[in-house]
Design a protein. Structure first.
Length: 445
């Protein structure tokens, strides 16, 4: 009875197996242009339901970027299977964190699936990677390219390390390159050396074939090797089981984001929610501190979907404090700018913690909540100095100095420095001029 009820299911599976097998055999082994998203996605889904996982079984290898039969590509494949095995292992291990997210964006844009492995050759999927030339993050964005894709880098965050935003930006960049060059080898080469440089090389040489440009030595050395390295890693990492690599079968995380309109300390969120601090730091690697910035538009906090309930509970509970504070008593001469220098918290953060505060009329004797920044060692904020104690040190003004820069260095307010030296706040100070400053601290060049 039970066996008979299973027969239709088995027949259906067998039929689907041969249907998909026919699709595989009828497909070319590789395609040089992106396959349309819906068609490619449906094909993948049908294949995964009907056949065992491809990376551990024999059968046709499917690529949407052709892996050419080139000596240089074969050479790198041999290297990664021998002395470079550790590189492949690191990529397989680290990429699991981002696999679902990046693959979904690739499908959304109907781009070749092998583009997932661009970070393999760029950073070995290490989000904190910094190159000798200053490229940063999984996708190794340079500062000038990051600005083009609205990846912010300020005192608080470097979005080149934001896997969410940087992945979207990198795929758009690769798509732009392909639209211009109409060839994935050239698009990848342009990602490495810059599209402007590659355009000039093509225009000057009259050659628009990557492999001919490479053979003639017309490409930068790094770019000439970049594409073959990528193709070798994409070939191996697409089917790691066939090359003897262990595969991590744990599912890649589903990522969630929550817009924060206030600053929080990830250390306090981790302690309250029970989510490991390392998970929060890894998910939000763009943060330069463990404190989130107080931007007017807010900050998107990222975390694995499995932690969503406990994180939202902690964020939405008004009884839970997720930021440590200093309680500062306002004294004569205090300004928000001066306090921001002293406490190393931005003016925006101080304002956000003190709703309704008038920055131009700080109430003497009033209390301000100032965010306690990680790793900041504060000197005693002298009440006598704030009230007008004489400054006992002397400082010779150097080229480029301002009252604000000097005040920040000596932990006093610009107003106090101007007052003690008989200067107006907007007074021009000149190199060689001697002014009074707090004693026992010399400014180093």
């Amino acid at each position: 009875m039970g066996m008979g009820r299973n027969i239709p299911g088995r027949k259906t599976l067998i039929l689907l197996f041969f249907l998909v097998a026919g699709m595989v055999l009828s497909e070319p082994p590789s395609l040089s242009a992106p396959v349309k998203g819906p068609r490619r996605t449906l094909f993948r889904e049908a294949l995964s339901q009907a056949l065992p996982p491809l990376q551990g079984h024999e059968g046709p290898r499917l690529f949407t970027i052709d892996i050419p039969d080139k000596e240089i590509v074969d050479g790198y494949i041999s290297y990664y299977l021998a002395g470079g095995r550790r590189v492949v292992e690191l990529n397989l291990k680290r990429s699991a964190l981002y696999r679902r997210f990046i693959a979904a964006r690739i499908d959304l844009l109907a781009l070749p699936g092998e583009l997932f492995f661009v970070p393999a050759v760029e950073s070995t999927f290490y989000n904190l990677a910094v190159s000798r030339s200053g490229a940063v993050g999984l996708w190794q964005f340079m500062e000038n390219t990051a600005v083009h894709f609205d990846l912010l880098n300020d005192n608080w965050i470097d979005e080149r390390r934001d896997f969410w935003k940087a992945s979207i930006a990198a795929l758009k960049k690769l798509e732009e390159n392909y639209r211009y060059f109409a060839d994935w080898y050239l698009a990848l080469a342009a990602y490495n050396c810059g599209s402007g440089k590659l355009r000039r090389l093509i225009r000057e040489s009259g050659i628009s074939d990557f492999w001919i440009l490479r053979e003639k030595g017309l490409l930068p050395v790094e770019t000439a090797d970049y594409v073959p390295k990528f193709l070798a890693l994409a070939c191996i990492c697409s089917y790691p089981g066939r090359y003897g690599f262990k595969r991590n079968w744990e599912p890649s995380p589903i990522w969630e984001r929550t817009l924060l309109k206030r600053s929080i300390d990830l250390r306090l969120l981790a302690g309250t929610s029970g989510v490991g601090l390392e998970h929060l730091k890894e998910a939000n690697a763009e943060l330069k501190y463990s404190v989130t910035p107080a931007y007017p538009a807010g900050y998107w906090l990222k975390y694995p979907e499995k932690y969503k309930d406990v994180i939202l509970k902690a964020l939405n509970d008004p009884k839970i404090e997720l930021m440590d504070f200093h309680l500062h008593t306002i004294r004569s001469g205090d300004t928000l700018y001066g306090l921001s220098l002293y406490y190393q918290a931005t003016v925006a953060m101080i304002k956000s913690c003190n709703p309704g505060l008038d920055a131009l009329r700080l109430p003497l004797g009033g209390a301000l909540l100032v965010p306690a920044m990680p790793g900041v060692s504060l000197k005693h904020y002298s009440e006598k100095r704030a009230g007008g104690e004489s400054l006992t040190g002397a400082y010779e003004i150097k080229k480029g100095d301002t009252l604000w820069s000097i005040a920040g260095f000596f932990r006093v307010t610009p107003e106090e420095l101007a007052l003690q030296n008989g200067l107006k706040l907007k007074a021009v100070i000149l190199p060689g001029q001697i002014i009074k400053v707090p004693g026992k601290k010399e400014r180093k060049e």
